[in-house]
Design a protein around this ligand. Structure first.
Ligand code: HEM
Length: 130
């Protein structure tokens, strides 16, 4: 029996370096591709803090170290986005940019990476508030 059957998605895709690489590619795409201009426009001008926070969120979400959740007790995806206008278009841009980022980064386990992209996309589209 393989010894890694209990490995979390966080461990399987490559740990913190993988989460940082996904996040950096995601925000690079958002910065550079006009297809994501509406999504870019609702973010702060400086994404440096998000490049730190999103990988920490993703780490805990994917079964790794829970630093983000411990630093933000009681915060969930909806409360973290209170007041942010999330339309079908901007949610779709988030889902597409994240799917592209995960596809383009070299990750240790492609199958689990693609599953993460699928779930994150569905979460983003489920956050629409009309
Ligand atoms: C599964 C989907 C998503 C995840 C995992 C995610 C994750 C996060 C996290 C962890 C933060 C930081 C919150 C904090 O520390 O207080 C954040 C902020 C933010 N998110 Fe999301 N998010 C998602 C979807 C979306 C969508 C669909 C939109 C817009 C359409 C969006 C727009 C924003 C904006 C504008 C901020 C504030 C960033 C800033 O300071 O500029 N997010 N998100």
């Amino acid at each position: 029996m393989p010894t890694d059957t209990a490995a979390s998605p966080f461990e399987r895709v490559g740990g913190h370096p993988a989460m940082r690489a996904i996040t950096d590619r995601f925000y690079d795409l958002m910065d550079q591709d006009p297809a994501y201009a509406d999504l870019r426009a609702i973010h702060a001008a400086d994404l440096a803090e998000m490049r730190i926070q999103l990988p920490l969120f993703l780490a805990g979400w994917a079964g790794g170290p829970r630093d983000w959740f411990e630093a933000n007790p009681g915060k969930c995806m909806m409360s973290a986005h209170g007041g942010i206008p999330i339309t079908p278009d901007t949610a779709g841009q988030w889902a597409e940019a994240m799917t592209r980022a995960i596809a383009e980064v070299d990750l240790a386990d492609r199958e689990i990476a693609d599953a993460m992209a699928d779930v994150l996309s569905r979460m983003a589209r489920g956050m629409v508030r009309d």
